[in-house]
Design a protein around this ligand. Structure first.
Ligand code: ADP
Ligand code: MG
Length: 623
């Protein structure tokens, strides 16, 4: 055809297609789920756009997905009357522009050599359409955008190129025809297709129809005057709108899978119908496992908003706060206007209330699990703990509901299992603060010399090594009226006897501290005796008001300007190294620098000049 253009698939997509074509995956049937899900999305979009432009959908048109097969041509066609695609939309959506998930999906496949369950996750990565090439040697798609008169045909064998040409289609929508490969002819059988649809697409709240074969007469010829019948093969009602008592666990679970592509069942299912002056239904799922894009800032939000069963958006920031971005589900309001816009959504008071209650439900459920099923909660925390911690910072009004959910590692536990309640209940009576240390890693925090005194006194210290922890402690100045205090900051309180002893030693070592301060004047703010250390010669301390070394490190790693503050060097007068320091010796400045570098190293910091450190130590070793 003269109007046919040939396009080249974007490189990453070509690679993905190769993987699909050569896939040995045993459940290739999921291609049908992906196509039906795309049709369903397209129909949702058409319905939504028609709310503001009635010409896009006539009243008598029934929106549905239709599946038909042609046993002679060995094809299966999935057809919808959804929104369709324009010429440019085709190019953008299926071909020349890679989705952000493409690479990640391929990595997931490569890491899993058996290709166990991973291919089935394809929809989660936003590239589900390409799964058709697991079963088809050629795919032909004809689509017409609602509101436009022209249709286009996209065609490809998945090997590097696709073609686009003008086509005809009576109505808006998309039809996709798969030319099945020889070994995939099972998908021509009606019973096989019905089985797949029941398995994966039962929850689709649209009719899915199958065009049966034309009834045959006794001789096996199509009966005269009779047409093939359309059979609806799913329930087609929105699951969440049905009464709770009539929904089976399997149905809840399969709906969850359709929202999440998670292979595992959810941790909790929360289904509520609220009546009264604000009417809505919420069906929320707490997953067991974190999705691959938990840390991707512009990932889609997990909650779909419906108004009286009509899909409105899955992109509303205001249905779940960021720290609960892993919650999946549906909220269906009976009160919102159908033509609700983004702006209205953002300021609508009912939406705010619905969101507030949904958040409360999730937090209450997590609290319940933490209490009744601590081991399950521990598994949850491993997956989502870092994100829940963001809640303390993000959601001040719910702080008291979130803090009991927090779990930390401590000097009593290498795993993050200690709640603040546990910590407080173990505090000796005269301890009046909750102590913590932050570090680059659990190991660095645990090995810090700052813990020596606390170990000696038998005081538990929380060991914080997630990047978010620095912000968390900033937003959490106290818990149950006990202040949270960093063991690396400020002075430690001493008893009167200890103070007296300290004064005397200060006197005795004043020459040394003064000389150290002089030699290290560029790097430290102050040099003083410590009462924190029992085993190490020296450590670095931040002033109460300074950000501290760990936060400075994190901010630099994020490319932000960190206000560099000078630390305080504390030395341990009982340590042999300090005892043998002689401020008049020739190599005193070597000793000073080595002490400082060691103190930095023991906190897990990077030395500014490691080569110099090695040189100094070697010089002292042979002296
Ligand atoms: P996803 O559905 O996660 O976006 P897919 O690879 O399944 O990823 O589909 C890619 C895109 O192609 C869709 O986002 C949509 O824009 C477009 N598309 C696919 N199928 C259809 C269809 N039946 N009708 C309209 N658009 C479609
Ligand atoms: Mg899809």
């Amino acid at each position: 055809m003269s109007n046919t253009q040939t396009h080249v698939f974007q490189t990453e997509i070509s690679q993905l297609l190769d993987l699909m074509i050569n896939s040995l995956y045993s459940q290739k049937e999921i291609f049908l789920r992906e196509l039906i899900s795309n049709s369903s999305d397209a129909i949702d979009k058409r319905r939504f756009e028609a709310l503001t432009d009635a010409s896009l959908l006539s009243d008598d048109e029934e929106l549905a997905v239709t599946i038909s097969t042609d046993k002679d041509a060995k094809t299966i066609t999935i057809s919808d009357n959804g929104i369709g695609m324009s010429h440019d939309e085709i190019i953008e959506n299926i071909g020349t522009i890679a989705r952000s998930g493409t690479k990640k999906f391929m990595q997931a496949l490569k890491n899993d050599e058996q290709q166990g369950d991973d291919v089935s996750l394809i929809g989660q990565f936003g590239v589900g359409f390409y799964s058709v090439f697991m079963v088809a040697e050629k795919v032909s798609l004809v689509t017409r955008r609602a509101g436009s008169d022209t249709a286009h045909q996209w065609e490809s064998d998945g090997k590097g190129e696709f073609t686009l040409s003008e086509a005809t289609r009576d109505d808006a929508g998309t039809s996709i025809t798969l030319h099945l490969r020889e070994e995939e002819h099972e998908y021509l059988e009606d019973f096989r297709l019905k089985h797949i649809i029941n398995k994966y697409s039962e929850h689709i709240s649209l009719p899915i129809k199958m065009l049966g074969a034309t009834p045959l007469d006794d001789e096996g010829n199509p009966k005269e005057g009779e047409e093939a019948e359309l059979e609806t093969i799913n329930q087609g009602t929105a699951l969440w709108a049905r009464p709770k008592s009539e929904i089976s666990d399997e149905e809840y679970q399969s709906f969850y899978q359709s929202l999440s592509y998670d292979i595992e069942p959810p941790l909790s299912t929360l289904h509520h119908k609220v009546e009264g002056n604000m009417e809505y239904t919420s069906l929320l799922y707490i997953p067991k496992k974190a999705p691959f894009d938990l840390w991707n800032r512009d990932n889609k939000k997990g909650i779909k908003l419906y108004v009286r069963r009509i899909f409105i958006t899955d992109d509303a920031d205001n249905l779940m706060p960021n720290y609960l971005r892993f919650i999946k589900g549906v909220i269906d309001s009976a009160d919102l206007p159908l033509n609700v816009s983004r702006e209205i959504l953002q300021s609508d008071r009912d939406i705010k209330k619905i969101k507030g209650r949904a958040v409360k439900r999730v937090l209450d459920e997590l609290k319940r699990i933490a209490k009744d099923e601590p081991e399950t909660y521990q598994e949850f925390w491993k997956e989502f703990g870092q994100v829940i911690k963001e809640g303390v910072i993000e959601d001040m009004p719910n702080k008291d509901n979130i803090t009991p959910l927090l779990r930390f590692a401590s000097t009593e536990s290498d795993e993050q299992t200690v709640s603040l309640d546990d910590y407080v209940s173990r505090m000796p009576e005269d301890q009046d603060a909750i102590y913590y240390i932050t570090g680059e890693s659990h190991k660095a925090a645990k090995g810090s010399p700052h813990l020596e005194l606390f170990a000696k006194k038998g005081i538990e210290v929380l060991l914080l090594s997630d990047p978010v922890d620095e912000w968390l402690v900033n937003s959490l100045p106290e818990f149950n009226e006990k202040p949270l205090k960093s063991v690396t900051k400020g002075d430690l309180e001493l008893s009167d006897d200890e103070k007296k002893e300290q004064e005397e030693r200060k006197e005795a070592l004043s020459g040394i501290t003064a000389k150290l301060k002089e030699v290290l004047s560029e790097t430290v703010k102050e040099v003083r005796l410590t009462n924190r250390l029992t085993e190490s010669p020296a450590c670095l301390v931040a002033d109460e008001s300074d950000p501290g070394a760990n936060l400075e490190r994190i901010m630099k790693a994020m490319g932000q300007d960190a206000p560099s503050s000078q630390p305080i060097l504390e030395i341990n007068p009982d340590h042999a190294l300090i005892k043998q320091l002689d401020e008049n010796s020739d190599n005193f400045s070597d000793w000073a620098q080595v002490l400082f570098d060691q103190a930095a190293l023991s906190e897990g910091a990077q030395l500014k000049d490691p080569a110099n450190y090695v040189k100094l130590v070697n010089r002292l070793l042979v002296a």
